[in-house]
Write a protein that binds this ligand. Structure first.
Ligand code: PMP
Length: 372
């Protein structure tokens, strides 16, 4: 062990950092960003707003991001029909930071978090790096579904302080049945139940949002992000809705002025242009559905998706297919599930590049018998 490794907190020794490859290739379909650039109209409005605010950078930003909270509330009522007061909303530099605030405030040494994997890889990373014990709950190994019965059994066994539910679930794509969320609030009576809805805007029609459950459930938290449907991954703005007491507790752990003036400004301008920015959502959903249909037609096994990506199985050797796609300038994600890869739904052209390459690769890259 090196001298520095000995200095490191023991629970961090030997860990590897989050590391989705960032490669400069033609077709980047690996981190579920939007392939569509921010429209000119929004760029112009953001530049004007930034220009107006830049001379004020000698002052700290509004620590309570009041105007941004109001704008987030306006968006949520329009999107989900649920009304939120500013004191029920919180934001951070991406929903990762918002999740970190939650674990900082409600996790910690001696506490247990339960999640159901495969799910978003940052949930255990944020949890464990903050000294909280992570318990890897299980989904159905074939379908990746999580039933009420299985979720309740696991929560009862573990009796967690924090529960992570991801709906629509990354990397599998499917939204959770509403009953699982409700059952979890009962089966984990001392837990803060976090529903990560990063991909909510892409859900298939009729998929409910946990936002509508918040009113009667003070231990429920719903996190969202502007990184996906809002085409704003580089803007770094994630947020959550919860009871005012939960939000109030997050003030104890956030660093003062954590949302810079430019971040607040850009997010506000984006929310003012929500309709325009969200125009690409339907186009992305159409490509997602096309990927599901066409991959199934090739004999692969795509998982039904409520997100902007598709997980598909049926590959003989997923890392080999990942490399073969990369050799053609197409970057997808190997999330470590044997025989599976995940692909983000891009523009029609990008999706065609991916599907054409897959059609060519399938004969040599599939086998009737999957690896165990
Ligand atoms: N939750 C889920 C399920 C995600 O997939 C991601 C990003 N891949 C995030 C949260 C974090 O995104 P951001 O920090 O950009 O909001």
């Amino acid at each position: 062990m090196s001298e520095i490794e000995q200095l490191l907190r023991p629970e961090l020794r030997g860990r590897t950092p989050y590391g989705a490859p960032q490669l400069d290739v033609d077709v980047q379909l690996n981190t579920n960003e939007s392939s569509y650039p921010v429209p000119d109209e929004v760029v112009r409005a953001a530049v004007a707003a930034l220009h107006e605010g830049l001379s004020g950078l000698n002052r700290y930003p509004d620590r309570e991001f009041t105007a941004l909270r109001k704008a987030l509330g306006d968006y949520l009522v329009q999107q989900s029909g649920v009304t939120f007061r500013p004191e029920q909303l919180w934001a951070g530099n991406g929903s990762n930071e918002v999740l970190q605030h939650l674990v900082q405030a409600f996790g910690g040494p001696g506490r247990i978090a339960l999640g159901f994997t495969p799910a978003y890889s940052m949930h255990p990373i944020i949890t464990e790096t903050l000294g909280t014990r992570w318990v890897d709950g299980q989904r159905d190994a074939q379908t990746f579904d999580l039933t009420v019965e299985s979720a309740v059994r696991q929560a009862t066994e573990v009796d967690p302080h924090l529960v992570f539910l991801c709906s629509p679930n990354n990397p599998t794509g499917t939204a959770l049945p509403f009953e699982v969320i409700e059952a979890m609030l009962e089966a984990a009576p001392r837990a803060l139940v976090i529903v990560d809805e990063a991909y909510a805007e892409f859900a298939r029609p009729g998929t409910p949002t946990a936002l509508s459950l918040l009113a009667g459930h003070p231990r429920l938290v719903v996190t969202r992000t502007m990184s996906k449907a809002f085409t704003l991954a580089g803007g770094r703005l994630g947020y959550l809705a919860a009871s005012p007491d939960v939000v109030d507790a997050l003030r104890l752990v956030r660093l003062p002025y954590h949302l810079s003036t430019p971040t607040q400004t850009i997010a506000r301008v984006a929310l003012e242009h929500a309709d325009l920015l969200l125009e690409t959502v339907e186009a992305i959903k159409a490509q997602r559905d096309r990927i599901v249909t066409e991959l199934a037609g090739l004999g692969l096994t795509p998982v039904p998706s409520d997100a902007n990506f598709v997980l598909f199985g049926g590959l003989a050797d997923a890392p080999a297919t990942w490399q073969a796609l990369l050799d053609e300038g197409i970057l997808v994600r190997d999330v470590g599930i044997p025989n599976h890869l995940r692909v983000t739904a891009g523009t029609p052209e990008e999706t065609s590049r991916f599907l054409t390459a897959m059609a060519r690769l399938v004969p040599a890259h599939t086998s009737t018998k999957e690896n165990p």
